[in-house]
Design a protein around this ligand. Structure first.
Ligand SMILES: NC(=O)C1=CN([C@@H]2O[C@H](COP(=O)(O)OP(=O)(O)OC[C@H]3O[C@@H](n4cnc5c(N)ncnc54)[C@H](O)[C@@H]3O)[C@@H](O)[C@H]2O)C=CC1
Ligand SMILES: O=CCc1c[nH]c2ccccc12
Length: 298
């Protein structure tokens, strides 16, 4: 993609494409339960505002039911297509025809390509072969040029290994829940070894859904040290490890704050390690709890 405004850094993917390290997500604050319901103007306005503020990486999914709103916001913002990085995902749980689902996503988005197409999760597959076949479908879509990069989401090491056994194209990225209370053991290192970028959803979990854990007070202390907010510190812990951060908010002041503050500071090695150490004292998963085993930390 072309560069981003406000110097949001880009991370190189294994296929040579680049992805902005900070994304505005459409999956949590404002999703729609019925994708066929009339357009929701509030979602369009919030997303357009995020683009106007400087967000260029937009994280969508079929299951969020708001691809049409994302597409309308992109159109309304009027930013050249090559300056945006648009992700969408195919259902994690339903056995959809891949090409049909992809074509419908593009149609709703009003785009002729996406920058990144992900398998939202591997739960739809009853066998290794089914997962490998789905990946082959994504490879064909990438080869057609209609997804610049392809990847996965919510995959554990075993599922990545299954895909890698038959892949012609190594997944560019795995989007997972990643924060101090869900560090996944060696999973991030496994990605580094295979040159797969990790992207983190739920990065601010320690101050949003798992408050009162050991990390909160330390984030506050670092926020005071750097003259930023504790959310900025949480996002820096992600980005300073080379991981892409997905966040969202319906408050534009928060979104503006990240763009203003994140370039102002970096955590040092000791601070990153201290957050990791404090985080490892608590385990918390906020999403897809019914899909992962209760004791699964990987
Ligand atoms: N692939 C997947 O399965 C999933 C992907 N995602 C993607 O990731 C995106 C971001 O995920 P989130 O969990 O929303 O990210 P997040 O952990 O950054 O949380 C964002 C929420 O935190 C709130 N927040 C920020 N600072 C706060 C503070 N100091 N005090 C209280 N609240 C504060 C924001 O207002 C917002 O509601 C989603 O929109 C979606 O696009 C999310 C979940 C699952
Ligand atoms: O991807 C994020 C979490 C999620 C899982 N299923 C749904 C459905 C609608 C909105 C968000 C999500």
């Amino acid at each position: 993609m072309a560069g981003t405004p406000l110097n949001i850094p880009l991370v190189k993917l294994n296929d040579g494409n680049e992805i902005p390290v900070l994304a505005y997500g459409l999956g949590t604050a404002r999703y729609k339960s019925d994708a066929d319901a009339p357009l929701d103007n509030e979602i369009i306005e919030l997303t357009k505002k995020a683009i106007e503020l400087g967000y260029r990486h937009l994280d969508g999914a079929e299951v969020y039911g708001n691809e049409a709103e994302l597409g309308a916001a992109i159109k309304a913002a009027g930013i050249p297509r090559d300056q945006l990085f648009v992700t969408t995902k195919i259902s994690a749980t339903e056995k959809k025809d891949t090409l049909e689902a992809f074509n419908l996503s593009l149609k709703k988005l009003g785009l002729d390509y996406v920058d990144l197409y992900l398998i939202h999760g591997a739960w739809f597959a009853d066998s290794e072969e089914e997962l490998q076949a789905k990946w082959a479908d994504l490879e064909a879509i990438k080869e057609s040029g209609r997804a610049k990069s392809i990847g996965v989401s919510n995959f554990l090491q075993g599922q990545l290994e299954t895909v890698l056994k038959t892949a012609k194209i190594v997944p560019a990225l795995n989007q997972i829940e990643y924060h101090p209370y869900l560090q996944h053991g060696d999973l991030v290192a496994f990605h580094k070894k295979h040159n797969i970028v990790v992207s983190s959803y739920g990065p601010l979990t320690p101050i949003v859904t798992a408050k009162d854990g050991p990390v909160g007070p330390y984030w506050k202390k670092l926020a005071e040290k750097y003259g930023v907010t504790d959310s900025d510190v949480g996002l820096r812990w992600i980005i300073d490890q080379g991981v892409v951060a997905l966040t969202t908010s319906s408050k534009s002041s928060r979104l503006e704050g990240y763009l203003a503050n994140l370039p102002k500071f970096k955590l040092n090695e000791e601070e990153i390690a201290e957050i990791s150490k404090l985080g490892s004292q608590k385990h918390f998963r906020g999403f897809w709890k019914d899909k992962f085993a209760a004791d699964d930390r990987s």
